[in-house]
Design a protein around this ligand. Sequence first.
Ligand code: C2E
Ligand code: MG
Ligand code: MG
Length: 460
Amino acid sequence: MIQETLPSEVMFEQESARLAALYATGILDTPPDSAFDAITRLAAKHFHADAALIGFADETRFWVKSHWGEVLREVPRQGSLFELALAHDAACQIPNLTEWADSHGCWRHVPVRDFASAAIVPVRSQDGLVLGSLTILCRQAGRALSPSELQTLENMAEMASAQVELQRLKRITARQQTRRAEAARKSTANWPRGADLRRALERREFVLHYQPEVDLASRRIVGLEALIRWRHPERGLIPPMDFIPAAEETGMILPIGDWGLAEACSQIRLWREEDPRHASLRVAVNLSARQFLREGLADHVDSLLQQSGTSSRQLGLEMTESSLIPNVHTALEVLAGLHTLGISLSMDDFGTGYSSLSNLHSFPFDVLKIDRSFIGRMTDGDQPLQIVRTIIELARVLNMDVVAEGIETREQYTLLRQMGCRYGQGFLFAKPLPAEDVSQLLRLPGRVLPDPNAAPSYLA
Ligand code: C2E
Ligand code: MG
Ligand code: MG
């Protein structure tokens, strides 16, 4: 669509709702953010544009959050390209910027002077209000995007919207996590100590349970996530969140993690011996920050694979963004080493970390796991649904597989399939189970789990 006019007025009421939504995001006057840079870089590269920018506009300013190809800056809102997107409430194209600017006489101060064509799409709030815009600029005149290209640009603007929303949710999640961590710290009152964990390891009290990951269309088990538990002689089965933090603090996570990796590798071999077709099954092991930043992790994993006669294709490693952040440079090297071995790498709990998009773009992850807090809220309204949709789209653009975590209801299952999410895991299909119980599930014809809409799920 080529826009020829710049409507003169934006309705006052709409504008106040828009500004209220904008201020609620807390996005204005914040420092540069590499997550938005990832989007402008992606847009510029994808469309072979000479510049790309994302900005948000209050009453008077168009505040540039990320400008690929130039420095960040703030420009007067009046007469900016943003106003065009706002007035039309839709994507706009200007194949001949100079001619168009001359005829409207209001573009001189906008940072588009050096360019000959532009395409601009609104960046919206979760309620659909236009908060800002994503623009691509080309030196070549006459450049016009096809409808499908324009749709891709709109998808990228949606990523920016999702990023704004993710940051808002992260602030809420961070506050909740701090409260929970504080409560956990008080309730465990220094238990367990390093010595308790060491004794548990010696007495072989740790055990791995495995939760199936399924192809949502066929319900075939494509993989398993190994989840550690502590079978305590007096306290019963203890979940990981009650001892992993202490294990990290005391350094016991290293020997416990080694045990977990070795145990998973030997279980992979046992399942393959039970049925050679299980060679297509991938078992994912969780790594914590401390394990991840250990010297020579890739060599260590390689030797474990060799000792157990396991193919690297059958092993996956999961890590959260927060474990990568403290030392991004080392993280990049370690990930590259693991990737070279052929191990699949998953970013766990996506959306809860610090700066999702920037890391996702630069790290060699194969799989993105959508945090279960997003799946859990999916049926609460349009907003969370839109976030999940955008994360799925983001994974598609970045050529990654996507796994939805924590699917508990049929409604979530149906919605995820409709949105094109390929894989999932959750109590609806199966809880984490001991290896013997998983062996039974693996014997189901084609490893296909029963339809949860038709039969009871495999609850432990
Ligand atoms: P995670 O890697 O995100 O694992 C998924 C968690 O979600 C598991 O909790 C699983 O039981 C739970 N879950 C799966 N489906 C559903 C569902 O439908 N509804 C609900 N409400 N929950 C579901 P779990 O086993 O308690 O593990 C918690 C976390 O502990 C894991 O989160 C992971 O970060 C960590 N962890 C587990 N095993 C290990 C390990 O061997 N090493 C390390 N370093 N961390 C581990
Ligand atoms: Mg995990
Ligand atoms: Mg997770």
